[in-house]
Design a protein around this ligand. Sequence first.
Ligand code: HEM
Length: 507
Amino acid sequence: MIAILLLISAVSLLYVYLKWTFSYWDRKGFPSAGVTIPFGVLDAVRRGKRSFGMAIYDLYNSTKGPVVGMYLTLRPALLIRDSQLAHDVLVKDFASFHDRGVYVDEKNDPMSASLFALEGASWKTLRTKLSPSFTSGKLKAMFQTSNDVGDKLVAHLDALLPKTGSQKVEMKSLMSTYAVDIIASTIFGLDVDSFTDPNNEFLQISKKVNRNKVTDIIRGTALFLYPGLESLFVRIGWKQEATERMRELTHRTVDLREKNNIVRRDMLQLLLQLRNQGKISTDDTVWTAESSKHGTQSVSKDFIAAQLFLFYVAGFETTAATTSFTLYELAQNPEMLAKAQEDVRNAIEKHDGKLTYDAIQEMKYLEACVIETTRKYPGLPLLNRICTEDYPVPDSKLVIKKGTPIVISLIGMQRDPEYFPDPLSYQPERYLDGNQDYNRAAFMPFGDGPRVCIGARMGKVNVKLALAKILTNFNLEVSKEKREIEIGVHGIPLMAKEGIPVVLSRK
Ligand code: HEM
């Protein structure tokens, strides 16, 4: 009898708790949608039907108005649907939204203290320190390393394609291999060739980062939605294998460089400068990183590992997806393909027949293609912030409370016909002189404001490099049928569900 009473009380308490939690937006006077207890808008994710970003995209499409209250499982969060309000949150009123609100514990878990996760003054100081690493001059100095990876991509395709005739090539996995090698070499400073050696350590670790086991999903959800829970997991010593292996690999590489005074032109080298000299040189020709006379080190090896790992996570899928979606779209749009080929040819001719960093910068039409890809297929389909002080929504009586997670659906805004005419058609011309008939505030494929993507320039160079290599060395066959690529159901970055097939032949 007591057991039954206890059970009834527990069920009643749970009922009251859920009703209270899922009435948050009604109580605050905000419009809300997707109120499915207990997963909220993420119910489609739980059912394996949609990825996180696409579930939010569905909500964006099925609602109206500037703001919509939603529930990310038990956490009330606010979807911003209005481009001007999104701009205010990211740029004008950054002071009220300067953090992302994801798990970070600088003191006890240095691997969590990445630029993406850090908050307030700690984030600002680090952003200022890291900014000199991403200048055009630094990227130009690293370009040869990326170019070598591009050559390996060409050699691989050369070996793969038949002597005569064409062949279907699966771009998603090919470009993932390219992106892994670009990051391994330009960021971690490793000499790898995943095209010929698929068993190399970096690729193996990378596969562990990108798997979708239940435990990975639990940790990913905790990281973004329940930082307190993630903190608990870390405290009880529940380690994540990929993070541990990236950490260990970074330690080994740092030791090797420091012991042997090796100087390479890559991101790790610049972080070693920060470690040993207290800052990253603004002189793009200076790459040495010996320690100062006092021998003090301003940042730990774990700190370096945290930033390198973040650069991997932030740059890998985005680079691979942007490159493969661009090729897919060019194969569907023969006029644009012809223009892109001509643009690449002209720029290379102007630079003595060489595919240099400066030649890449001159490929303006190709740049417009890449940008149009990031509009239609934003590598990161959403932006997130947390409200850091109560914020009155302009022109309304609503107040966003401190601590509220904010989500901006990039794919929603960038495919919204209100902001971009004919949003599903691929039109690089949108960005060329005189055109620009779209809503500027709604266009932010690399985010916006002080926390905009720090690696945007690097990402674009590496995407353009792979495209230029393929367009100059191979023929891209125009597709016979037009078809939208279906988006996958896992992870946060935007990925194709199946492969991205294109047909290539030798020139
Ligand atoms: C095509 C390639 C890429 C795309 C589409 C992309 C997109 C984005 C987006 C949308 C954000 C969020 C910005 C915001 O919240 O306002 C972001 C942040 C970030 N990205 Fe990228 N990214 C790319 C490549 C890269 C690369 C290559 C790196 C590093 C090597 C990188 C490093 C970062 C970092 C560190 C942040 C967090 C910045 C901060 O909080 O201060 N990204 N990226």
